[in-house]
Design a protein around this ligand. Structure first.
Ligand code: PLP
Length: 964
């Protein structure tokens, strides 16, 4: 059996039933009617013949075998770590976690919310600050976010200058250069590890913010207290970049007076993954919550008064605020933050401190051994990284170490760095020393040299406690950890239990065969800065994949560097901007964005220093042509271009897309096609051929990378020929001053490379025909739901022939008007049926956008249709006056088992109507762990640390008492 037949839900007979329902004779006919002829591709995609599962896995094995697994000591923001098997198996390889969606529906997301809150808690404790977000995309872009946050938060300063430590990681400086240039901020570098240089730099310039590295790229640990004080005196805010593991030993940024702390949580159990995905963190002072980028998990209460978790400040979630957003971050690194949180729980503070001590001890022993051999050690104070001087012989040392299976860091021709990580042992210290001796003929020293000379001074060391919450002390045994993780995943609804019909998010199958290779050491254990001859497999995979994606989209070239859709947007807009500036069109700074666009579009435009002008939507949901023309005229030669989503966020193939593109091109603008909806286009039409100059795709939507509860993502940017020179540059190698063409947008050259094998497997196993079939079936599924619900919940927008694309917007507003039941009520009631809600209120308030994807079989589609029809009947009872809205089963949804099994029952509806509204549920029933959550209370009183366990016990007891 081909893989495709398992990827696609409906079987041949079902297709007939579905086609009947939508009134089409065949899939061909349906697609001919739905997709406008003007954009239709008639040739087939040129992709390799599809492989079956074993063939694809062995082809990928061959590619993986071209990578060389070494003991990785390069450091530079990526540290060798051990992913505890219990965490790998129970989280990373557990569909209950990795197939879940962003926790916008908190009642069915309590498990992952608790883990994300635990992540925030660990970050808050270790950094000594008061609030933290639930992950950012990578350390370098997180530093950029910190800089922008300082600019927003510093009301006392009007300066547009930021002072940054030249000891920062090179890739951070590279990303910062591009991001600050785009934002009109002047970046000044100085060695902030040197007190005199720091004092001089601070007094010489008027800065709104300062970024200090607590640990420099060379590994040197300094005390930034004086820098922080001086900066504060000069009216600047201060961000400290730091390392979570080192903070178990070192004084925290909070204690030293920093306003913001930022860094990567990778070494908390997340594999190197050739650069990503890894969770970055950002913590700050109380009172800054509203200017924090990314998501924050907070605590509120549910309908019975019990504590419950939710995304705090959700309506203000940054990208939703469009051009007023604090950042464009939408998809972040939830799954990796969850792994890091579980790692902190697994180890607890004592073991983490012991690990940090062991790494420092090995580094100190290495330094002592080098010194005993007459090798000059560059820094006296370090945590886990030793940099040393071997004039003219760095290459020889690195080569000798490589012969022994070690990757060291070649700083320059005279300098080498060594970073220790969790898997390393004393034996590795000896081996590295031997390699140095061999390569530069240094004197034979004692092995086992004593590193006590390199003890860190007391003043740098931390004395306060951290990770004191019981969660970091409770799950020491694997039995306990396993059960806790099981308990948490049981609380959540993920794709392993229900269709997640989220319009615009394309929650399709993440097949096991696609997932497996990401854990292969030949992929997972490769350092992103490893020498080229060790990473040929990665290069082959990435080049192949970029080529396939270029073919699928019809563009000239693709870069997989952006690690989320939002970052693909930024990269694409920066490409447009650089291209136009190079043509002398500096004034082209206005971008048109339809009112229905995804929030990230406008937020990204602002980060690319573009002004947003909104284009109206016509009655039928298409772009208002008159308004478009008027806006093009009024913007004149300031037009940079337009950002359109195709098919539109209204779920329709607009027939006039080619005119829209032509009108913008005629006015000298570029066309950005947001490709998040590519699931309606694969093999049917190509944005690069019907008018787009640049697009981003979301591999975590269309191309099977799981959503991970809110990340990881990959948002490749695809461009036409004239924009190829402006694709994101390599943050590791490009010369800072030369960088002007393609600014890097992520810290690793290939972004979240670690999850690319998933997409590679999907395309390898489906091929041209399979991708086309995926799109065709997705379109059929959406039309089936639209048609079968049209008498109860009409579809808001349809294209020619009354057809939608791969998703449909169900208009609940007429029923809301007469019943008072809101679209949100319906989302909550769907939980009682065991369903994850569709997309709520986007792009049109009061509606639900449903996207079934090709992976859902007809039984599941029918189950959803039955649920929606049942809820419609319940709404009718309110309309007919049989029950009041306040007393209705819908308003009280979702129902917990605790509520339904309470000894007293005084509701207007029966317990079985609440809990088992349709017979199919008797087979298997999902019980939400909490009732409806109070959103307003959670924002009024923001708590973003784990509440004490007793708070839950007390509330549960009280709630149980109330029910009696
Ligand atoms: C999901 C989505 C985005 C943003 O992608 P992220 O990976 O979440 O940053 C942008 N545009 C559209 C239409 C989307 O659906």
């Amino acid at each position: 059996m081909s893989f495709l037949s398992r990827h696609i839900g409906p079987e041949a007979d079902d297709l007939t039933t579905m086609l009947d329902a939508v009134g089409a004779e065949s899939l061909d006919q349906l697609i001919d009617r739905a997709v406008p002829e003007s954009i239709r591709m008639r040739e087939s995609l040129e992709l390799p013949e599809p492989l079956d599962e074993p063939e694809a896995l062995s082809a990928l094995r061959r590619i993986a075998s071209r990578n060389t697994v070494m003991r990785q000591m390069i450091g530079q923001g990526y540290h060798d770590t051990v992913t505890p098997a219990a965490i790998r198996r129970n989280i990373l390889e557990n569909p209950g976690f990795y197939t879940s969606y962003t926790p916008y529906q908190p009642e069915i997301s309590q498990g992952r919310l608790e883990l994300l809150l635990t992540f925030q808690n660990a970050v808050i404790d270790l950094t000594g600050l008061e609030v933290a977000n639930a992950s950012l995309l990578d350390e370098s872009s997180a530093v950029a976010e910190a800089v922008l946050m300082m600019r927003r938060a510093n009301r006392r300063s009007k300066s547009m200058r930021v002072l940054v430590d030249s000891r920062s990681l090179p890739q951070t400086l590279a990303v910062l250069t591009g991001r600050t240039r785009a934002a009109g901020i002047e970046l000044v570098l100085a060695d902030l590890g040197d007190p005199d240089a720091a004092a001089q730099a601070i007094s010489a310039g008027d800065f709104f913010g300062v970024v200090v590295a607590q640990i420099g790229a060379d590994g040197d640990v300094t005390d930034p207290t004086a820098v922080i004080e001086a900066a504060h005196e000069a009216g600047a805010l201060v961000s400290v970049s730091t390392d979570l593991l080192a903070l178990t030993m070192l004084r925290s940024p909070g204690e030293m007076g920093a306003d913001i702390a930022v860094g990567s949580a990778q070494r908390f159990g997340v594999p190197l993954f050739f650069g990503g995905p890894h969770a970055a963190f950002l913590a700050s002072r109380k009172g800054t919550e509203r200017s924090l980028p990314g998501r924050i998990v907070g605590v509120s209460t549910d309908s019975s008064g019990a504590p419950a978790y939710r995304l705090a400040l959700q309506t203000r979630e940054q990208h939703i605020r469009r051009e007023k957003a604090t950042s464009n971050i939408c998809t972040a690194q939830a799954l990796l933050a969850i792994v890091a949180a579980a790692y902190a729980v697994h180890h607890g503070p004592v073991a983490l401190r012991a690990l940090a001590g062991r790494l420092h001890g090995m580094a100190a022993d290495l330094a002592a051994g080098l010194r005993a051999r007459g090798v000059e050690v560059a820094r006296e104070q370090f945590f886990d990284t030793v940099t040393f001087s071997v004039p003219g012989q760095a290459d020889a040392v690195v080569a000798a170490a490589a012969d022994r299976g070690y990757n060291l860091r070649r700083v320059d021709g005279d300098t080498v760095g060594v970073s220790f990580g969790e898997p390393h042992t004393d034996r590795d210290v000896v081996e590295v020393l031997t390699a140095v001796t061999e390569a530069c003929g240094a004197a034979e020293g004692e092995s086992g040299a004593d590193g006590s000379a390199f003890e860190l001074p007391e003043a740098l060391l931390r004395t306060d406690e951290y990770l004191t919450h019981p969660v970091f002390h409770t799950h020491r045994s694997e039995t306990s950890l396993m059960r806790w993780l099981r308990e948490l995943s049981d609380k959540d609804l993920a794709l392993d239990r229900t269709m997640i019909p989220l319009g615009s998010c394309t929650m399709k199958l993440n097949a096991a065969a696609e997932m497996e290779p990401i854990s292969w050491p030949e992929f997972a254990s490769i350092h992103p800065l490893a020498p080229e001859d060790q990473t040929r497999g990665w290069t082959e995979l990435i080049e192949q994949l970029e080529g396939w994606l270029a073919e699928i989209t019809g563009y000239a070239a693709v870069s997989v560097q952006p690690n989320a859709g939002s970052q693909g947007e930024l990269a694409g807009l920066l490409a447009i901007r650089r291209y136009q500036v190079d043509r002398g069109e500096h004034q082209r700074k206005t971008i048109l964005i339809p009112s229905s666009a995804h929030g990230t579009n406008a937020a990204s435009a602002v980060l690319a220093d573009l002004k947003v002008v909104v284009v109206a939507t016509a009655q039928d949901g298409t772009i208002d042509q008159d308004d478009l023309r008027a806006k093009i005229d009024s913007v004149g030669d300031e037009l940079a271009g337009i950002m359109v989503t195709y098919p539109s966020t209204h779920g329709v193939y607009d027939t006039d897309i080619t005119q829209v593109c032509a009108a913008v091109h005629d006015a000298g603008g570029q066309v950005y096609v947001d490709g998040a909806n590519l699931n309606a286009l694969m093999g049917l039409a190509r944005p690069g051929r019907f008018g787009g100059d640049v697009s981003h795709l979301n591999l975590h939507k269309t191309f099977c990378i799981p959503h991970g509860g809110g990340g990881p993502g990959v948002g490749p940017v695809a461009v036409a020929e004239h924009l190829v020179p402006y694709l994101p540059g390599n943050p590791a190698t490009a010369d800072l001053d030369e960088r002007g063409a393609g600014f890097p947008v992520a810290q690793a050259p290939h972004g979240s490379a670690g999850v690319l094998p998933i997409t590679w497997m999907y395309i390898a196993m489906t091929g041209a025909e399979g991708l086309t079939e995926s799109s065709r079936t997705a379109v059929l599924g959406a039309n089936y739901i639209s048609r079968r619900l049209s008498d109860v919940f009409p579809t808001l927008y349809t294209g020619d022939g009354g057809l939608v694309a791969h998703e449909c917007i169900l208009d609940l507003r007429p029923m809301t008007k007469v019943s008072g039941v809101t679209a949100e009520d319906v989302c909550k009631r769907l939980v009682d049926f065991g369903f994850h809600a569709p997309t709520l209120a986007f792009p049109v308030a009061g509606t639900l956008m449903v996207e079934p994807t090709e992976s859902e079989g007809i039984e599941e589609l029918d189950r959803f249709i039955e649920a929606m029809r049942t809820i419609r009947a319940e709404m009718q009872e309110i309309v007919d006056g049989k029950v009041s809205l306040e007393d209705s089963v819908i308003r009280h949804a979702p129902h917990t088992a605790q509520v339904l099994t309470a000894d007293e029952w005084d509701r207007s509806y029966s317990r079985s109507q609440a809990g088992y509204p349709v017979s199919g549920l008797r087979r298997v029933k999902y019980w939400p762990p909490v009732g409806r959550i109070d959103n307003a209370a959670g924002d009024r009183n923001l708590v973003c640390e784990c509440p004490p366990i007793e708070a839950f016990d007390a509330a549960y007891t009280a709630a149980a008492g109330q029910e009696k």
